[in-house]
Design a protein around this ligand. Structure first.
Ligand SMILES: CC(=O)N[C@H]1[C@@H](OP(=O)(O)OP(=O)(O)OC[C@H]2O[C@@H](n3ccc(=O)[nH]c3=O)[C@H](O)[C@@H]2O)O[C@H](CO)[C@@H](O)[C@@H]1O
Ligand SMILES: C=C(OP(=O)(O)O)C(=O)O
Length: 429
């Protein structure tokens, strides 16, 4: 297994291009199952999760081509995928593939909506909690699907098609909202989703579905209305910038110090996180080419945060912010309200000298003046990158093992950081 070795201490200076959002690219790719025509997606990040979803879609019979790099495009500028689901050979999504990634479960919605049946293994994904799919099943049942669980598979049928319904989620769920929106796009009649997730990735998927002929209004608000249509057509859509990658690099610069412009991204996608980083004493400003993050010495101020659904502080940035707070001048409280087991990075950060105490969903971080490099182990995607952030400011060398987690969600991490002056090296197994 590959390892990443980081020599801490260098500040970061220059520019980092931000990739397309993993968490939009994945549901957008599953939306290709909703039409027999070609869906062309631009700005798709080169990630292990994207490759895995291509395999899952291929298993259903979806053809894909990767459009060659255009003149002037760098290896970091994302790829364009053409997906065509004209002939579906299998509506089963097998355990071997789906168990490796949460979002792959979402193929259940387009398969059911277009073909009236789907058999999809219960999902996997980052080990950050139990991550049930009960609300997704409830939503599909509300739309008229018959569902049974058989040997670890969710078997869904709607032989006469789905019909519009009112779906009121008891808690905000990104997966539930994606699934309900995709299924309702091809249902008969109107669907109203109440307490919908408002994440930018939901808006991106709704925009793409509308470009394909769907009639969706209200995405980005807690109430989404979908007037079902009988079929969807091909479209071209560019994946929105990755707000989690943006926030991660903002925190990396805050940790290491320096002056970096994050390019091809938008502050409005992560305003609450940028506000929190600014409160630590880091300068954040918008420039014509992106978001400039600047820190010139001095200790960071401690800031308390609580993770919340969008537009609140994202759970996917919690580990990275905790890494940052390990070097703050005082105590910060970090409360995780979305996932019940998303503190796996705590024990690894402790190996670098961090002082963190856990009390239920609360992490109490006592900032220390210095971290020291050590061997550590990546446990999930965002936990892994929190170790990268800590290592950038640690004395000496940190070796991060199990970096396949990082490859799920961070495109060209080593080259983006080394170009800005960090000493990061991948040792291939
Ligand atoms: C691929 C992708 O986009 N993943 C993101 C998505 O995950 P994901 O879509 O899985 O997260 P959800 O928003 O659905 O989950 C939120 C909460 O609802 C619970 N829940 C969810 C569904 C369900 O049927 N029952 C249930 O109880 C979950 O366990 C969790 O506690 O949103 C999360 C919250 O912003 C992010 O951390 C993930 O990076
Ligand atoms: C938790 C994440 O991914 P997934 O939902 O695919 O496990 C993530 O992107 O941080």
């Amino acid at each position: 297994m590959d390892r990443i070795i980081i020599r801490g201490g260098a500040s970061l200076n220059g520019a980092i291009p931000i990739s397309g959002a993993k968490n939009a690219a994945l549901p957008l790719m599953t939306a290709s199952l909703l039409t027999a025509e070609t869906l062309e997606l631009a700005n798709v990040p080169r990630l292990a999760d994207v490759q895995l979803l291509l395999r899952i879609l291929g298993n259903h019979g979806v053809d894909h081509t990767i459009v060659g790099r255009r003149p002037g495009e760098s290896a970091e500028s994302g790829q364009t995928l053409r997906l065509q689901a004209s002939t579906i050979i299998d509506t089963t999504a097998p355990y071997e593939l789906v168990s490796r990634m949460r979002a792959s479960f979402w193929v259940i919605a387009p398969l059911l909506a277009r073909f009236g049946e789907a058999r999809v293994s219960l999902p996997g994904g980052c080990a950050i909690g139990t991550r049930p799919v009960d609300l997704l099943i409830d939503a599909l049942q509300a739309l008229g699907a018959e569902i049974e669980i058989d040997a670890g598979y969710v078997v869904a049928r709607a032989k006469d098609g789905l019909r519009g319904a009112r779906i009121a989620f008891p808690k905000v769920t990104v997966s539930g909202t994606h699934v309900a929106m995709m299924a309702a796009a091809l249902a008969r009649g109107e669907t109203v989703i109440e307490n919908a997730a408002r994440e930018p990735e939901i808006v991106d998927v709704a925009d793409c579905l509308n470009a394909m002929g769907a009639e969706i209004t209200g995405a980005g608000t807690p109430r989404i209305t979908i007037a079902g249509v009988t079929s969807l057509h091909g479209a071209r859509h560019a994946v929105l910038p990755d707000r989690i990658e943006t926030g991660t690099y903002a925190m990396a610069v805050a940790m290491a110090g320096g002056d970096v412009t994050l390019e091809n991204t938008r502050a409005d996608l992560l305003q609450s996180a940028l506000d929190v980083v600014a409160r630590t004493g880091v300068e954040i400003s918008q420039t014509p080419s992106g978001i400039r993050v600047r820190r010139q010495g001095g200790r960071l101020a401690p800031v308390h945060v609580t993770t919340e659904p969008f537009p609140g502080f994202a759970t996917d940035l919690q580990a990275q912010f905790m890494a940052l707070m390990t070097r703050a001048d005082g105590i910060s409280h970090i409360r995780e309200t979305i996932f019940e087991n998303r503190f796996m990075h705590v024990q690894e950060l402790a190996r670098l000298g961090a002082k963190i105490r856990l009390d239920g969903d609360l992490a109490i971080v006592e900032g220390v003046p210095e971290l020291r490099g050590a061997p550590v182990m990546a446990t999930d995607l965002r936990a892994s990158v929190s170790l990268v952030i800590a290592a950038l400011a640690a004395e000496g060398e940190t070796t991060i093992n199990r970096v396949y987690h990082l490859d799920r969600g961070f495109e060209a991490l080593e080259s983006k950081l080394t170009r800005c002056g960090a000493q990061v090296e991948r040792v291939r197994a």
